[in-house]
Each structure stands twice: as C-alpha cells, then as structure tokens.
Design a protein around this ligand. Structure first.
Ligand SMILES: [Zn+2]
Length: 383
C-alpha cells in the first residue's frame, strides 16, 4: 500500500482557518500515520482537516461558505497497513449532523455503519482490511457516474445530447433530449444540491421509466438535466455552487452560469414554438415530500399535479404521498419560476435522506408511470 509523505503537508493548510463568510474551503485535506492513511483525492470527497492518533481519526467538516443550509457532507477514503479497528470522530463546523455514515469497498455497494452522536460529533467504528474503504454521508454519485448514465441512456433510448453551457469551473452542463412528434416539453432536472443523493437515486429510475414509454415519448418531448451543480458535486459541497450560491435561489436573476445555461435553452425551445408544460426537480430532505404549486393561481391545466399525486397514492398504497403546496414568488426557486414563467405546474420531488433505497426506486418508477398517464390523459381530453 502506498503512503505519500506530501499528504501530511496538504492537511496543514487547513489547520489555520476559522469560519468566515465566503471563505472557500476546498475540503480536500488528507493525513497519515505509520499505520493509517486518509485521502480525499476523488470526486465528492470532503474533509477540511484531519488528524490520526493511534487508531483514532479526527475529522473536521466545514461548509464551502456561510450562511448555508444545515447539511454537512463528508466523504473520504481510509486504508491501513495492517487490518485494524479504527474509531472515527467527525466534528461539524457550521452545521449539525444530517447524513449517517456508510462504507463501501467498490463505490457501488454501500453498508450503513452503526454510529452515535457525542456532544454534536459523529462517532463510529470501521474495520479496515486489505482494501481501502470509502466512507461517506450517503452513497457517492459522482460526475463520472452521471456521464456514464447519460451515455448509456442516450444510446439505449436514441436521445440527443445538448450542450447547454459550463459551470463556474468549466464543467459541462448537458441535457439529453427525447424528441417526439409534439410541441410540448417536460423538464426533469436534478442535483442542484450536491449531497442530496436520494433525489439522484430517484432521478435515474424515474427518467428511465418515462423513456421506456414510447407512447408518452411520441406525445411529449422530454428534457433531462440530471446534474446541474457538477462543481459542487466534485468538491463535496454541502449545497452551493463554486460562487457560494444556492442554485435553487437563482431562478430569478440567473446570475450563475449553471441556471443561466438552462434558461437560455428553454428560451430557445420557446422561440422555436415549443411549449414548456411541466417541470420536476429532484431533491432530498429529512422526509419524503412533494412541494407543489397551489391550485387556483391561474396555472393551466390546473389539476396536473393533483391528478398525478392521486394516481401515485393509489399505485403505492404503502407509501405516504405528502403534497405540500406553496406559493413563494421571488425566491428564485425552480418550481416557482417555471410556474410563473410558463403558467404551468411544477414540483419539487423530495426523497427522505434515510428512505429505503428500494422504496425510492419503486416510488420513482410508479411516479413516472402515473405522471405519463396523467399527461397522456390530459392531451386526450384536450383534443
Ligand atoms: Zn435540495
């Protein structure tokens, strides 16, 4: 196993810093001892400072800037010279514990780790063997995973890839377009907030299920933008883009390149005679909830969301469909902006951080099936 001496000096850079607004911590500290090594040289890693003392690893986690939503994200790799039990203590600065620890050897299969919260710190044990162990607050869904997924469904469903623009750090913001024989466009976006992995875990099966429905694809065009904040994903941000901005508060003035790129594409669609008819935006929070637009605000058709969620509740009797209508004009939230701009309904699709992963998948499949039923039914009655 390779241990690099320069890693220690990298960690020293982070000991100095206190929390001030707009300080941009890069969150890629690493540390080592004779027998243990902690590294962060991969996408989505986040450790702001670390120390190793015997079999104890102490980690500090800080946000990219403040103020910020309370969502401390962490991810790192641990390896040992010889098999050992290691105690990890994670200290959060600028936020309280949210994400429970998980471990993976291959980055694909993850196991929840037993943990406790001690004086606000997260404490847990890991058993290290021959292979380096990934530890993170949720499963890691990296930019690379999005690229693979997009390449895969592009081929499988004969989609068109559209380059919308670039993030602050120059990463591609890419859409996939399913073009039918229609002027109607459904927009499906995700990952405005990097640690909201359960939203991503819903996004993939939801999108694939829509794409498997050839009748739906004939009647509706679909624009998929699964990964809106690739810089935040790469850097293991808690919430913001590299400019320290919550992208889901920027759908108003479009000062950030990530949101501006999508708006520009929608403008082009509309200029060419296309109609934006609905939008779905995937997130995670403490529980499963659908933030919707209220009825009676002049949106047409006014019953899309209500009909969809009713169908979903019937299809998934063991899952509680919680519909929370809200009208917050001017806050720069995607769903509100889409509704205000195009006079249609839109939804923030939130999966709980700890919702069973099989349930997330099953509900996403049902949600896609019931949304396509709802919209197809609508286009039938409209004729
Ligand atoms: Zn969110």
């Amino acid at each position: 196993m390779l241990f690099h001496k320069h890693l220690l000096s990298a960690s020293l850079l982070f000991i100095c810093c206190t929390l001030h607004a707009s300080v941009n911590f890069d969150g890629k500290a690493s540390c080592q001892s004779e027998s243990l090594l902690l590294t962060t040289d991969f996408e989505s890693a986040r450790v702001n400072d670390c120390k190793i003392n015997g079999n104890h690893v102490s980690i500090s986690i800080k946000p990219e800037n403040k103020p910020i939503n309370d969502s401390p994200w962490y991810a790192f790799k641990l390896e040992a010279k010889t098999a050992s039990e290691v105690t990890v203590r994670v200290k959060y600065y600028g936020g309280k514990h949210r994400y429970h620890p998980k471990a993976s050897v291959d980055g694909v299969n993850w196991t929840a780790l037993p943990y406790r919260i001690k004086n606000g710190d997260l404490v847990f044990q890991v058993t290290l063997g021959d292979t380096p162990l990934l530890v993170a607050g949720q499963e890691i869904v990296s930019n690379h995973a999005y690229e693979n997924w997009m390449q895969n469904i592009k081929t499988r469903f004969e989609l068109t890839s559209v380059s919308l623009g670039q993030s602050v750090q120059g990463r591609a913001i890419t859409a996939l377009l399913s073009k039918g024989q229609s002027d109607k466009y459904l927009l499906v976006i995700g990952r405005q907030h990097p640690p909201e992995i359960t939203g991503a875990l819903a996004y993939f099966p939801f999108s694939e299920t829509l794409l498997e429905n050839s009748t739906f694809r004939q009647h509706y065009n679909i624009v998929f933008v699964p990964n809106i904040n690739p810089d935040g994903v790469a850097l293991g941000h808690w919430r913001h883009n590299v400019n320290g901005v919550d992208l889901n508060r920027d759908w108003k003035h479009f000062k950030q390149p990530e949101t501006a790129a999508i708006k520009q594409y929608l403008d082009t669609i509309v200029k060419r005679g296309g109609k934006i008819i609905y939008g779905v935006d995937f997130h995670s929070t403490h529980h499963d909830v659908f933030y919707t637009m209220p009825q009676g605000k002049g949106l047409t058709p006014d019953d899309t969301t209500v009909n969809w969620l009713e169908r979903l509740a019937l299809a998934e009797p063991n899952f509680t469909v919680l519909d929370k209508p809200g009208h917050n004009p001017g806050r720069g939230v995607f769903k509100q902006w889409l509704s205000d701009t195009y006079g249609v309904h839109a939804i923030t699709y939130e999966m709980g951080d700890n919702t069973n992963r099989k349930v997330i998948k099953q509900v996403a499949i049902s949600a896609a099936n019931t949304l396509s039923e709802t919209l197809l039914n609508q286009s039938k009655t409209a004729k």
